[in-house]
Write a protein that binds this ligand. Structure first.
Ligand SMILES: [Zn+2]
Length: 286
């Protein structure tokens, strides 16, 4: 098993970046080590890549750490494994990416949404990383946190600029993500009643627990939600499952990867002016 390196930046890839080769083959990127599997109290992780760009080291894991063996649901979920590694590594800035369906009628496939809020509709995901670790017998701090500005405004601002530069036709600098348990997609009535009527803009499966585990470990989180399809029954039913996703990835995976790398180049991993770090504190409970 690999030793967890000290790194301040992490990228959680999703379906968005699959097929892009990320982070190999991009200008200025050096791969320090590949296929790094880390041991955690929840079991081994999915393979990480340890890379460097513009003098800044980062860890990358595909599919948010989900594999055929590692699920995103409790117990011993991908989120717990990945965020144990990021906590031990000392990560302070995280960018996650995922494909999503539109539940706002103004959105089209190919639109990039950099969200500013979320609603958690999942039912099987872990809620507190430190509680999960304590359940494994570890003596760890107890944190409480606020989720006002759940997505980092500074990191999100950089991501918006990077998506514009990467050529996305429309980039939205705010939006509410509804997080579904999945893995199935939604019915037309669910899209209408549960998502559209609740004021939710896009629906995805991969933002929970990442967005609040980031807060728990004291890191900033920003997300690139790339609209790959209309919500079922919303605008146009003419998209065909795996083919649509495959064609979509071919077209947009490389611009997504380039946008993320440009954020890595532009960011200062030690910048705390956004205030995200001050939104958690040590607690006697939990
Ligand atoms: Zn922040």
């Amino acid at each position: 098993m690999a030793e967890i390196p000290k790194v301040k930046i992490a990228v959680l890839g999703g379906s968005t970046t699959i097929g892009s080769g990320f982070p190999r083959g991009y200008e200025g990127v050096k791969v320090i080590a590949d296929d790094l599997v880390f041991e955690t109290p929840f079991g081994p992780t999915a393979p990480f890549t340890h890379g460097k760009v513009d003098g800044k080291e980062f860890l990358y894991v595909g599919f948010h750490g989900i594999t055929r063996e590692i699920r995103n649901t409790e117990p011993d979920s991908s989120g717990e494994r990945v965020f144990y590694v990021l906590w031990k590594a000392g990560v302070k800035k995280i960018i996650g990416t995922a494909l999503c369906g539109s539940t706002n009628r103004l959105l089209d496939p190919g639109d990039a949404v950099v969200p500013d809020d979320f609603v958690d509709f999942t039912t099987k995901r872990p809620q507190m990383l430190m509680v999960s670790l304590r359940d494994k017998g570890l003596d760890v701090p107890r944190f409480s946190y606020r989720l006002h500005q759940p997505l980092c405004p500074s990191l999100s601002g950089l991501l918006v600029d990077a998506c514009v530069d990467a050529g996305f036709p429309r980039v939205f600098k705010r939006g509410i993500v509804g997080v579904a348990e999945g893995p199935r997609l939604e019915s037309p009535a669910e899209i209408r009643l549960r998502w559209q009527n609740m004021g939710i803009d896009v629906v995805t499966m991969n933002l929970v627990p990442e967005v609040f585990f980031a807060r728990e470990i004291g890191a900033c989180y920003a997300a690139l939600e790339l609209v790959s399809n209309y919500g079922e029954g919303l605008v146009d039913p003419r998209w065909e499952g795996s083919t649509a996703f495959s064609d979509f990835q071919k077209r947009w995976s490389r611009p997504s990867a380039e946008a993320i790398l440009n954020v890595l180049k532009a960011m200062d991993p030690d910048d705390e002016s956004c205030g995200c770090g001050g939104l958690r504190w040590e607690s006697i409970l939990l």
